[in-house]
Each structure stands twice: as C-alpha cells, then as structure tokens.
Design a protein around this ligand. Structure first.
Ligand SMILES: [Zn+2]
Length: 719
C-alpha cells in the first residue's frame, strides 16, 4: 500500500487507552517562583526542563502566564504615548513569555505523551485560552492603536519584514472580530468558546472511540498474513489491556487500515474495516452531534464576520484565497485520480476472479476491505518484491543518519551531533544538536519515532522554541512518528513509506531550524496551512533520490547496498495505487469543503451526517464505493479539531509547489549545496516574513504549475 498522505501533520488521533504517563507525578502545588515555567529554561537552546516538569505545574503556569500577558497587553494598549511600531507591535511580540513557555510545552506533550490528568488540563484550558486570545485580539484600545498604525503604514519607514508583521497583526485582529461592536462581538466570543469546547470533545471522543473499536481476535489462525513480529505486537497489545492469550488489532486514524493489506481472512478484514469506518458513530463517544454543532457555529461565526460561509472566511487568509480556487484544483485532479482508481480496481477484480476460478470458489465483488489486500498482490506481482525483503535495508538509524541527515548536509551543509546530557520526557526520545555549515550552533532536533498508547496517531513536527532574533532564541523542534517499536534488542526496520515520512517530517523540521527572521510571529512554520506542507513534501523527494538512496539503503547486518533491481522496483512501485491514494484524499478534501460551504440553517441533523457526506461526494463525482474518503466526518480530526477546517485541500495545494520545486532541482543539477542554499535563502529561512506566494515565485521564477504533481504521482497519462 502506498498511502501517499501518510505524512499528516495536523494533530491526528489513533491510539488507545490513556495510561498515566511518566510525567504523571502529581506533587502538591508549589509556589510559582519554583514552577519550571516561571523562568526561561537555562538548558541549551532553552530546551524545556522535562525532568523538572510535573502535571501539577501546568495549571498554575497557565494562570500566571495569562495574568502576565493581560497585564503586559493592557500596558501596551493604554500607553499614553502615541502608537509606534516599537511601543505597540514589537512590544506585543515581546509579551506573554510565560504563557508561551507553558503552552508550547504543554500542547506538544499533550499530543505525544498524554495522560488523563493532562487531558483534564486540556479540557479546562481550551475554552479559557480561546477567551484569553479574544480578550487581546478584541481589546478596543489595542485595536485603535494597531488600526491607526496600519492606516499610516506607508509613512512608518518599515522594512519589508516589519510591514509584514504589522499587516499580520492587523489581519488577525480583523479576522478575530475587532471591527465588531456590542452584542455582535459578545456573540462572537461565545461562539469561539463553544467551538473550542466542542473541538476538545471531538478529540477526546475520537481517542476513546478509536481505542474502544480495536478488534479483538480469539484465534491466532485468523491472523494469517501478519509477520511473527506483528502477531507478537498484537498479543502484547491485548495483554496490555488484560486480554492475555488474545490478540488486538488497534486502529490507525484513517478509514483504511494498514493491516488490511496483509490479512488473508476476508471476514476479519471486513470486521476491522467496519470497526474503523463506524467508530464514533454510536455510544458515549458518538461524534455526530459534535460535528453538526461545530459546522453550524462556524457558519454563524463566518456570517457575523461578513463572509458567506466558513470556507470563504478560512480561505481568505490562505494562499489559495477563495473556495473557487480550491474547487478548481480539486476538479483538475479528480478526473485523473478517479480514472486511475477505476483502472486499479479492474486489475484487482481480475485477480479476484482468477483466484476464484483457480480455487474453485465463488468470485465476489471488490469491497473497500479487499482493496489493500489484493492491491498488495498486484503490486507484488508487478514489482516483484515484498516488504520483508526490503525492510533490512531501511533500518531506522541508518535512514536517519545516512539518509535524512546526509541530504541536509549535502544541501545546506548541516551537521548533527547526538546529545546525551539533556533531559527528555520519554526514554525513546533522542536529542541532536544541529550545526550550520560554518560550524555555528543552529538548533536542537528531537526525534520521537515510536508508537505509544498515549501518543496521537499519524506523524507531525512540533516546535518547542521558535527562532527569532528579537528574543535571541534558536529553534528547538521535534519530529513525531508512530513506528511500531521493535522488541528489545531488535532493530527498527522500516517500510519505504515510513522512510518517506521521516524525510517529510524532517522537511518541516528544516523549515523551523533554518528560520532566520527577526520576529517570532513570522518564524519558521508559521505560514498558511496551504504553504506549510510545501517544505515537507519537497523534502520527501530526497528519500527516493538515487544519490541519497544509495547512501542510506544498506543492509543493517551485512552493510551491503540494496540490490539495484530491488531498489528500482521499490522506486517504481511508488506510483502504484496512486489512483486510490489520490482519490481517498480528494474525497476527504471535498467532504471538508462541503461541510464548510453551507449556511448554519442548512446543517443536517446528527443522523444525517453520513447522507450529507455521500451527497457531497456524489455531486463532485468522487462517490466510488471501493475507495472511501480517507476520513469519515466523525473521526476527521484535521477539520473538527486540528485546525484544518476548510483546509484539508492544503496538502495537495502545497504539493503542487513541492513538485514544481522537485522539477526545478532536477533541471538545476539535483543534490547540490548551491541549489539547497538557494531554496534556503528564498523559502526555508523566510518563515512568513514575506507573502508566501512571493517567496515561491522568487524561488521558482514563475507561477505554480500542476503538471509536475500529476507526473510525480504517475497520473499524467490517465489525465
Ligand atoms: Zn506535513
């Protein structure tokens, strides 16, 4: 299987029961002066002092941080001096240190190493943080100053980055509702709070329902097709829940489940698929009511702010600009994707029919739970390799050092040194110090690659400290994946998809680590959603670059390079099943757009959620039973919890830029320092210090072109 959109960076949810994590040490509250968030960390790069942080520290730090920031903002807003860029905008950039420290750490840890107490803090803080942000962005005195500055921006003598910063403050306040008055603003604040509360409930429902929907297997023979390691992991997962002697298949966050590619037992495949697709559709964790209310409230908020719908409101601040632009892209890609998916389905059906004849059984019609299993067989026949032959060449540490780090060294001159002297929040986490080409210290890079029950699903990059010259801070960033942890003493052998995910997330990390801006608000990955996946998807291409692959794909025991024929097959296989992967993605993107194009009054009832989805897919020609959307609404965390509402299209939008960039490298000599440095100078170091569309143009020398994307995915011929 080639789930192309495996690298998903918004917070997504898969995992299971919530144990108290290692940070569950709940000592009594101590005075704020002793709170680890009270002062800047004295560790290298201001790395959070993970060894000193306890669950009980978060709430008091949040309280103190919010109080401090409100006091600082009040001083700025009521400054008797006339507003200037320095006494208003720069002062805002300097404010809220304590809150930023605690929130940067808490939010990151809550995603990757949560426990019941942290979830409780999250539930309590979500609406309060929203109210806190509203109190600042809707402060009338502050708005008067920012608005006055913005009105005379041309005469302030600002450099381009300063102009951009002022514009961001102005835009954000307008979008938050600063221009509203009286009852309308009161209503807006209430909507924001309710939306925050519902988003948290959505997240917790998904976590619970995903854990509850794990499939228990009584008879090991049903697991035929899994490797001994996977069977062992399933037994361990069952034992961890007190189900000794049984096996447990836990669910990933997506509709389709990776194990479906391996399981030959069709009835079990159907059980797993249905458990996945129907999670959150019943019982205490039913999310349908939450979905409908969120959609209604977002539509109402958009109307208050003067937009026809939530999609229009969201897209106005993205590179895409309008929902028409998004629909245009979807309709450019959809026919090519669907045509290829139908070809793939025909190949699969042929295989099902042939096998039925050979076995003397009755053939059946391809169902969603069959796709991966038979696609895998088609792939194996066509490309003649299986994962067990490939895995020994993709040992995690080799891939990291000789692949991911190697490419960054060749392109940007970066070097990496592991540090064992710094505290981490969990024993598997590793810390690397990153040095620039001239040997200067650049950043800290944390890796947290293994799956845990108390970690959200998917893969993402997290920023603990954002680079800014104003605050004199260098970046601390982390990559989180969910690679199954091997038994003690065993190497972690990866699939090529996992290798690609490592490169992808490292692309985000580079965007954070190479950031070279003055102001924290414009730093690193703080760019529009439909631009943020550009550096990461671009960086994926190095995973399959011949020069890079030759450097990292070595057998972990013998050191022998991967045989050429096998490597060629692995790389050719990357275009396999792209019809499915692209279609399931666009279908989800369309569901997202459809939810956010409606008016509040047009939201369905909770029992109409599935029908709403189906109708949306039918209208856009993406209703094709064997290829369900990558997420159904009730566990579509990106859009109902992760900040990607009306924005799931963003991955494909960014990928257009990424593939254009790949084409550019291809025509400019590939993996070289001068190419890498040019991209670094024009894009990777710039954060949002300039309009992202301009950054891309300055690098690429033209407007985005969809051709290289269709080519890269092998869809060009089907188009
Ligand atoms: Zn990403």
């Amino acid at each position: 299987m080639k789930p192309f959109f495996l690298p998903i960076c918004a917070m997504t949810v898969a995992a299971a029961a919530l144990a108290d994590g290692p940070s569950g040490n709940n000592t009594a509250r101590t005075p704020m002066a002793e709170n680890p968030f009270a002062q800047a960390s004295t560790l290298a790069y201001e790395l959070p002092p993970f060894d000193r942080i306890h669950d009980a520290d978060f709430m008091p730090a949040y309280e103190a941080g919010m109080t401090e920031e409100l006091r600082e903002v009040a001083t700025i807003a009521h400054d008797p001096r006339p507003p200037s860029f320095d006494n208003t905008i720069v002062a805002l950039e300097r404010s809220g240190e304590t809150l930023r420290r605690v929130d940067n750490t808490f939010a990151r840890l809550n995603a990757c190493n949560t426990n019941a107490r942290m979830q409780e803090v999250d539930s309590q803080m979500a609406p309060r943080l929203t109210a806190h942000a509203d109190a600042i962005e809707l402060d009338p005195a502050l708005w008067t100053r920012v608005n006055a500055l913005y009105a005379r921006r041309a005469s302030l003598g600002l450099d381009p980055e300063q102009s951009q910063l002022l514009a961001r403050y102005h835009t954000e306040m307008v979008r938050a509702g600063a221009r509203l008055t009286g009852a309308r603003q009161t209503r807006l604040r209430a909507l924001n709070q309710r939306i925050a509360t519902l988003s948290t409930r959505f997240k917790q429902n998904v976590l619970k329902a995903t854990a509850d929907s794990a499939v228990v297997i009584e008879d090991a023979s049903e697991l035929r097709g899994l490797s001994p390691g996977q069977v062992g992991a399933a037994a361990q997962a069952a034992a961890a829940r007190g189900l000794e002697g049984k096996w447990l298949i836990t669910l990933r966050n997506t509709t389709n489940q990776p194990v479906l590619a391996q399981l030959s037992n069709r009835a079990l495949r159907e059980r797993i698929y249905k458990a996945s697709a129907n999670r959150d559709m019943s019982g205490a964790a039913d999310n349908r009511e939450v979905v409908v209310e969120l959609v209604r409230l977002r539509a109402e908020r958009a109307a208050l702010l003067g937009y026809p719908n939530h999609a229009a409101y969201q897209l106005a601040d993205e590179s895409a600009g309008t929902s028409q632009a998004v629909q245009a892209m979807i309709s450019q890609v959809a026919p090519a994707a669907m045509a290829r998916a139908r070809e793939e389905a025909a190949d699969i059906q042929k295989l099902i029919d042939t096998q039925a004849v050979a076995d003397g059984t009755t053939a059946f019609e391809l169902q969603p739970w069959d796709w991966s299993f038979y696609a895998e067989q088609v792939r194996a026949r066509r490309y003649d390799f299986d994962q067990t032959a490939v895995a020994p060449y993709f040992e995690l540490d080799h891939v990291l050092r000789d692949g991911v780090f190697y490419a960054a060294n060749q392109l940007y001159g970066l070097t990496f040194k592991e540090r064992h002297d710094l505290p981490v929040y969990q024993g598997d986490v590793r810390v690397f110090e990153v040095f620039d080409a001239d040997g200067a210290p650049l950043a800290l890079f944390l890796t947290d690659y293994f799956a845990r029950d108390n970690k959200q699903g998917g893969a993402w990059m997290a920023s603990y400290v954002a680079q800014s010259r104003l605050r004199g801070q260098k970046p601390v960033v982390a990559n989180h994946l969910n690679i199954p942890k091997p038994p003690p003493g065993q190497p972690a052998l990866l699939t090529f998809e996992e290798v690609t995910t490592m490169f992808h997330e490292f692309g985000h990390a580079l965007h954070g680590m190479l950031s070279d801006v003055n102001y924290p608000k414009l730093s690193g990955t703080q760019v529009p959603r439909d631009f943020v996946e550009y550096p990461s998807q671009y960086n994926e291409m190095w995973a399959r670059d011949p020069g890079v692959v030759a450097h990292y794909a070595h057998h972990y025991q013998t050191g022998a390079p991967m045989p050429q024929a096998l490597l060629a097959n692995v790389l050719r296989a990357q275009n396999f099943n792209q019809g499915y992967a692209t279609t399931e993605y666009i279908a989800a993107a369309q569901v997202d757009q459809s939810w956010h194009l409606i008016k509040a009054a047009d939201a369905p009832r909770p029992d109409g959620v599935a029908a709403f989805e189906e109708a949306a897919l039918r209208r856009s020609g993406l209703d094709y039973a064997p290829v369900p959307p990558r997420y159904h609404s009730s566990y579509f965390s990106h859009i109902f919890q992760g900040g990607y509402s009306a924005g799931y299209y963003a991955y494909l939008w960014s990928e257009v830029l990424a593939r254009d960039t790949g084409e550019w490298f291809h025509t400019h000599g590939g993996l070289t320092r001068s190419n890498g440095d040019f991209l670094r100078k024009q894009v990777l170091s710039r954060g949002r210090s300039q309009d992202p569309r301009v950054l891309f143009r300055n690098f690429y020398g033209g407007e985005p072109d969809i051709g290289p994307l269709l080519e890269y995915r092998g869809l060009a011929a089907a188009h």
